[in-house]
Design a protein around this ligand. Structure first.
Ligand SMILES: [Mg+2]
Length: 416
């Protein structure tokens, strides 16, 4: 008994020493962090405003804005990891970066870092680490700048212009930037794989510059004076603007029938099915899986509508003949004709429209944003409907942007 008691005592002491040691490490880290924050004398404030994180390192309002992306533009991680492991996990993207930034400052540009940091919302980036990194950048650069981060995947995230609007409204001492004298530099330019470079993971930085209306440079162009010919954008929603007001079928016609009927819509999430129902088929009963939750409920509501002598629209993706047969058989049973409206819409457009459900708060969305994988799956699975499935007609619908609910709705739609 005595031996066991002594052993227990010994292990208790060991645990106590261990936890003391850990505590002292944690204390030292905390001390270091406090010191860093203390040392950043020019830091006026950190502000969190909705999904914007704003840090001001003493930069004054200016007409000339030199905007920069941060990751893979100004700095890389020292560790090679995608997300920085701590505030010190960074190296300059190129040794010329600090000199070039100092020169821009000297030339009267205000330096503003616009950085997508949705990792904060996802819990992959600690805001303290991020702030600590900006503090270190400031210590190293010794010039004033501002940092604006988008912490979620919403209207503030590049290529949307929320961060720029926030900056103009709140961070530039009331000075309206002169876009013709300003620029934005970032690595996400939609470039294919290069000599010593991976394929750009997106074209978000380049689109951000286009949406804001300023000149765009890649880090190679700006910091290394390299000439680069950028490829055309893979997808640009602005090219669809000319379609506004046109007919979705290319014909002048009405979509409702004089007689009672069922219409089965076929199309990806984001193809505009619910908007089409809202624009043209509002008098029809809408059968929608998102609101009704199960296919059984959808079938029940469809059957009930037809039995009550009403027309109905099946507003689901309905990608294949088997799914559609559930509904054509109900129409047949009720002796009501059934048409299919096939939404022949490019995947990129569907992706864009799906994204709008999160980033565009200027309109009432009929549907919630879905994961991109659901859109990819639809396109893989989709079989174009034919009359052999029992439809009296298959109509092909093309995508037409709008009508928009207001000016901001339209602006946001084309600037995403
Ligand atoms: Mg980047």
């Amino acid at each position: 008994m005595e031996t066991i008691g002594r052993k227990r005592k010994a292990s208790k002491e060991e645990t106590a020493t261990k936890s003391k040691r850990l505590q002292s490490i944690a204390d030292k880290e905390q001390e270091q962090e406090n010191k860093e924050i203390e040392e950043a004398k020019d830091l006026k404030e950190w502000k969190t405003d909705g999904t914007v994180l704003f840090g001001d390192f003493g930069a004054k309002g200016s007409e000339k804005i030199a905007g920069f992306d941060m990751d893979s533009t100004l700095i890389n991680t020292k560790s090679g990891a995608i997300f920085a492991k701590n505030s010190s996990d960074w190296v300059w993207w190129d040794e010329k970066v600090p000199k070039k930034l100092a020169k821009a400052h000297e030339d009267g540009f205000k330096i503003v870092i616009f950085s997508n940091q949705a990792g904060i919302e996802m819990g992959k980036v600690d805001p303290k680490t991020l702030k600590g990194k900006f503090i270190q950048l400031h210590k190293s650069l010794k010039i004033p700048f501002q940092a604006i981060c988008a912490t979620s995947k919403d209207a503030n995230r590049k290529p949307n212009t929320g961060m720029w609007k926030y900056f103009v409204d709140n961070c530039n001492d009331g000075v309206e930037p002169d876009k013709s004298q300003s620029f934005y530099c970032g690595d996400a330019a939609g470039r294919p794989k290069g000599k010593n470079r991976k394929k750009d993971f997106s074209d978000g930085d380049r689109k951000f510059a286009i949406n804001v209306g300023v000149e765009f440079y890649t880090p190679e162009m700006y910091f290394q004076n390299k000439k680069e010919k950028l490829p055309p954008l893979a997808f640009d929603i602005k090219t669809l603007k000319s379609l506004e007001g046109k007919s979705p079928t290319g014909e002048e016609e009405k979509y409702v029938s004089e007689k009672q009927e069922m219409i089965v819509l076929v199309g990806s999430p984001g193809a505009g099915k619910s908007t089409f129902w809202n624009n043209y088929l509002k008098d029809y009963v809408r059968v929608n899986n998102d609101t009704l939750k199960t296919k059984e409920k959808c079938m029940k509501v469809a059957r009930q509508a037809l039995k009550e002598g009403k027309s109905c629209v099946i507003d689901n993706t309905n990608p294949d003949p088997a799914t559609r047969a559930r509904y054509t058989s109900i129409a047949e049973e009720c002796k009501v004709p059934c048409r299919a409206f096939y939404f022949d819409i490019e995947k990129n457009v569907c992706m864009h429209n799906n994204e709008q459900r999160k980033v565009n708060s200027n309109r009432n969305h009929l549907s919630k944003k879905v994961g991109n994988v659901i859109i990819h799956t639809f396109f893989k699975k989709c079989v174009v409907p034919t009359t052999s499935e029992g439809f009296t007609e298959v109509k092909t619908i093309k995508f037409i942007p709008g009508p928009f609910e207001n000016k901001s709705d339209e602006e946001t739609y084309y600037n995403s």
